[in-house]
Every structure is written in structure tokens, then in C-alpha cells.
Design a protein. Structure first.
Ligand code: XUL
Length: 526
């Protein structure tokens, strides 16, 4: 019998599944259900519900429930050997919260396979919709919690991140203030990850240390609920929070609902879910300190594992628990590929000519600096956006193309220094990673080899690998993480780009100029 493991990913726009065969090291099945297309009756837009307030962004949890039923139906119809699945885990978009009432626990325990999951669970919510990570309506609550805990530095040291609008604590506080009755009716608050895990396990599931760290409620060092943060967030909150557990925790067997309805192995283990970023850490094989992933998407993210818990006292970056029991960091730079595209369009170029401009210009750009904050920036915090040029001629298209990419890479180097982890190998992923000249600048500025990795469902894969790791441990045959991920997370062969020594020397100097110019620009804005 094959040893199969299922990883699910409940993301903003879709629910995905990956099944891996641990013996052949193959992904044997992949599927994805797009929420807008598959469930138009929820009237979501990219999986979200909008209101008249553009800062408020929610999703309907019943949609996720219906999607879980539909995905299992698809897997059954497509002949997935569900009877051979030994364990299931999952990944959830981080920070989003689901508010369950006093009927939830019983309903989860007694899921009736003769009815749909939606029918089983439709009366279990104390709040119809779930605020998700895109919601930025809690600035007031962020300030209140930050003040109660003694300022940015204190919050960061306590919870791993400054208070952020999308984080769960500020969202809970807002709900408790705006709808005290709904809050009162709430018996248990779940994250997207623990909510989905609750359905699979047939009971209120715990929250893992990875996703728990995205709430501004967990003591990042002790990995327990932080009494001060809980108190500063909302009244009686402690009672409404489930247990915090390590990411490898087996919750129990999967609910009989799934065995009876879809033929899932009734002995399959339900493993606690985690957030999409901690799951991607595993799905990209970032198991050692110094292995860093840089995702070049609309925004850029920089993430990697940390052995020792360092926090960013400026309050820009985040620290989450890693599924390995270590820590991980996540730093989001909002002005990513979209900003590069703005420069491309400004000079009427296409990507080929943009890349040609990068290869025809010299590292360091003759000391010219560009600060590319087209949109309000997260890292560093920029509330008044705008493009700024220092010693840079706006008529020189090629120098502007280079200045753009150098600035993004220097910003990553500067604003990841707090981790005290020197990158040894960078894995570049996301749409922008096909541009080799961009990766050369990345390698030169960060003084580190860069390889490309293309795993489109890294979060779902990470979840499947986490399920396999937890299963082996439970079966009394614990395996090293390296053994679990071997063969699943390899970079694209031959894609490695080495740093150029001369260019590295140029950037080691230029980074100081960049830091000074950035500081001056920020001082002028604030
Ligand atoms: C991380 C974050 C997003 C969500 C959705 O802090 O907000 O990455 O996890 O993917």
C-alpha cells in the first residue's frame, strides 16, 4: 500500500489539495477550486466580500466549508486513493478569524454524512463573516493595544510583531467593541487554519505556534497565550481561545464523516494546521538558517528560518513559529513587481528591453539612488508614497531601471539585518524570478548565490509534508525534516547565479549611501 499524505491549502481565492507519495517522492495529485468560479452564490470577488468601507475585507466561512465538501467530492470522483491516506494537514491564509457559537462543538462532533457540511455547520457562527488578512480597518485598535502594552518595542518583544491591522488581536478587539452581543455569543475564536482543522478532526482544533504568532496574542518566546496581550485585546478573551500546540501535533483521527462519505481511510490522522507562510517554509525546503526564499510577486517577501528568536524592534518584520519548532521571519515589501512595472511603463519599455538596460549598466549605477515607493510601503513604513531620485537623471531610462532593482535589493538587505542571519543560499520564486538580470543584482547586493525554485503550491505541499512528518513521529519512526522533504523541494537544476566579487564590493559601499538617503527621505516624510 502506498504511503499517501494529503495537504490542503485554504487560501484567499481558492482551496487546493496536494497528495504526496512518501515512498516514490512524487506529488501524485493536485487540484484547486477557485471560490468565485465554483461558488458564485457567495458573490465573492477574488474570494472576498467588500463593503462601502474599502478598509473592511471579509470572507464567508460557510464558503470554505462548502469548498471542503466539494474538494473531497472532486478527489473521490477523480479516483484519488483516499483509503490510502495516512494523515492530513493543512495551511490557511494567516490572521483571518472565525467566530463560533455554543452549537459549534456539538455540531463538529456529530457531523452527519447524510447532509452536506454546510448544512451541518450553518448555525455555528456568532459572526456571519470572517475578517481576513487584507482587512486594514483596525488602526485605532492597533494603537490601543500597542499603548496598553507599552509601545512598539514591547509589543514586538512580547508577540513577535508590532500590532498590525490584519493581525487577529486587533480584529477581535474591533469586533468586541462594535458588536458586543456577537462577541458575547462567541464561545470559541478560530483562525482560518484551526477552523478548517476543526472540521476535519470533528472537534474544536488547537492553534499551532506558527499561525498563533500572527495574532499579536501569543508570547513568541514561551509560546503560550500572552496574558498582557490577551487582557489588552478584549474582555473574557482567554476563555474563547483554543489551546496553542506545536505544529506537529496530532489532533486525533479524522471525523467519520469523511470516511463514510468519501471513503477516506478511517484511521487517517488529523494533524494541526498552520499558516500559509510557515507551511511554505517547509514546502520550499527552508530547513536551515541561512536558506532564504525571496518571492518576487506583486509584492516581494523575504522569509527564512531562524534558530534564535530575534525580533525587529523597528516593528517592520514579523516572527512566526516554524513547523520545525524553530522560528521563521517574514518581511513584506509592498512595492515589488508592480513598482518595477511602473518604471518599465514610464520609459515605454517591455521586459526584454528592461532586462537589457540592467545588463548594459554598471553595478552601483554611478552612485545614483532611486527610492521606489509608488504605493505606501510596509518596509520601511512610508505613508506618503512617491518616487524619489537622488543623483539620478530622470531622462536616463537605463539608469532608472537599474536604480529600481538595486533599491529593492538594498532595502531587503538593510531591513533583514535584524534577523542576524547571513543568507547562504537564496531561493527566488514568484513571477519576477524569471528575470535573470534581476537575480544577478539580488546575488550581488546580498552577496549570496541565488537559485530559482518553482513550486506553485508550496503551502499545500508544505502541509502534506508536515502531515507526513507528524505521522512518522506518531508511528514511532520519527524522521528528520531533511528526509521528509528530500526530492520534493529541489531548486531548478542549473539555475544558480553566483555573486560577482567586484559588484559585491561596490554594493558593500553603496548600501551605506542608500541607508543614509532612505533615512533622510523618511525623515522628510514623517
Ligand atoms: C502574512 C500575510 C499573508 C497571508 C495570506 O502576514 O498577511 O501572507 O498569510 O497569504
Amino acid at each position: 500500500m502506498a504511503r499517501l499524505f494529503l495537504g490542503l491549502d485554504s487560501s484567499t481565492q481558492s482551496l487546493s489539495a496536494i497528495v504526496i507519495d512518501l515512498d516514490t517522492r512524487q506529488v501524485v495529485y493536485e487540484a484547486s477550486l477557485n471560490f468565485d468560479k465554483t461558488f458564485p452564490h457567495y458573490k465573492t470577488n477574488n474570494g472576498t466580500l467588500r463593503s462601502s468601507d474599502p478598509l473592511v475585507i471579509h470572507s464567508p466561512p460557510l464558503l470554505w466549508v462548502e469548498a471542503l465538501d466539494a474538494l473531497f467530492t472532486t478527489m473521490k470522483n477523480e479516483g484519488v486513493a483516499l483509503g490510502d491516506i495516512l494523515a492530513i494537514s493543512g495551511s490557511g491564509q494567516q490572521h483571518g478569524s472565525v467566530y463560533l457559537n455554543n452549537r459549534a462543538e456539538e455540531a463538529l462532533k456529530n457531523l452527519n454524512p447524510a447532509r452536506s457540511l454546510k448544512d451541518n455547520l450553518k448555525h455555528c457562527f456568532a459572526r456571519e463573516t470572517a475578517p481576513i488578512w487584507m482587512d486594514s480597518s483596525t488602526t485605532v485598535e492597533c494603537a490601543e493595544i500597542r499603548r496598553a502594552l507599552g509601545g512598539v518595542k514591547k509589543v514586538v518583544q512580547a508577540t513577535g510583531s508590532d500590532t498590525f491591522e490584519r493581525f487577529t488581536g486587533p480584529q477581535i478587539r474591533k469586533f468586541s467593541k462594535r458588536d458586543p452581543d456577537g462577541y458575547e455569543e462567541t464561545v470559541s475564536i478560530a483562525l482560518v487554519s484551526s477552523f478548517m482543522a476543526s472540521i476535519l478532526a470533528g472537534r474544536i482544533a488547537p492553534i499551532d505556534h506558527g499561525d498563533g504568532a500572527g495574532m499579536n496574542l501569543m508570547d513568541i518566546k514561551k509560546r503560550v497565550w500572552h496574558a498582557g496581550a490577551v487582557k489588552a485585546t478584549a474582555k473574557d478573551l482567554r476563555k474563547k481561545l483554543p489551546a496553542l500546540v506545536e505544529s506537529g501535533k496530532v489532533i486525533g483521527k479524522v471525523s467519520p464523516y469523511f470516511a463514510q462519505k468519501f471513503g477516506l481511510n478511517p484511521g487517517a490522522l488529523a494533524v494541526v494546521w498552520s499558516g500559509d507562510n510557515p507551511c511554505s517554509l517547509i514546502g520550499l525546503g527552508l530547513l536551515e538558517e541561512g536558506l532564504i526564499a525571496i518571492s518576487l510577486g506583486t509584492s516581494y517577501t523575504y522569509f527564512g528560518l531562524m534558530k534564535r528568536c530575534q525580533t525587529d524592534e523597528r516593528g517592520e518584520g514579523h516572527v512566526f513559529g516554524a513547523p520545525t519548532g524553530d522560528y521563521m521571519t517574514l518581511i513584506c515589501f509592498k512595492n515589488g513587481s508592480l513598482a518595477r512595472e511602473r518604471i518599465r511603463d514610464m520609459y515605454s519599455l517591455d521586459w526584454d528591453s528592461y532586462n537589457a538596460a540592467l545588463t548594459s549598466t554598471k553595478p552601483g549605477n554611478g552612485g545614483a539612488i532611486l527610492l521606489p515607493w509608488f504605493e505606501p510601503e510596509i518596509v520601511p513604513r512610508v505613508t506618503r508614497p512617491g518616487l524619489r531620485r537622488i543623483n539620478l537623471d530622470d531622462r536616463d531610462a537605463a539608469a532608472n531601471c537599474r536604480g529600481m532593482v538595486e533599491a529593492q535589493m538594498m532595502s531587503m538587505r538593510l531591513h533583514s539585518a535584524w534577523m542576524k542571519v547571513k543568507p547562504r543560499q537564496i531561493l527566488a520564486t514568484g513571477g519576477g524570478s524569471v528575470n535573470v538580470p534581476v537575480l544577478q543584482i539580488m546575488a550581488d547586493v546580498l552577496n549570496c548565490p541565488v537559485a530559482r525554485i518553482e513550486i506553485s503550491k508550496s503551502a499545500a505541499l508544505g502541509a502534506a509534508l508536515r502531515a507526513a512528518h507528524a505521522y512518522c513521529k506518531q508511528a514511532g519512526k520519527p524522521a528528520k525534516w531533511k528526509e521528509i522533504v528530500a526530492g520534493f523541494t529541489d531548486p531548478i537544476p542549473g539555475s544558480e547565479i553566483k555573486p560577482n566579487k567586484k559588484a559585491v564590493a561596490v554594493y558593500n559601499k553603496l548600501i551605506k549611501t542608500y541607508a543614509k538617503d532612505e533615512q533622510a527621505a523618511l525623515a522628510a516624510i514623517r
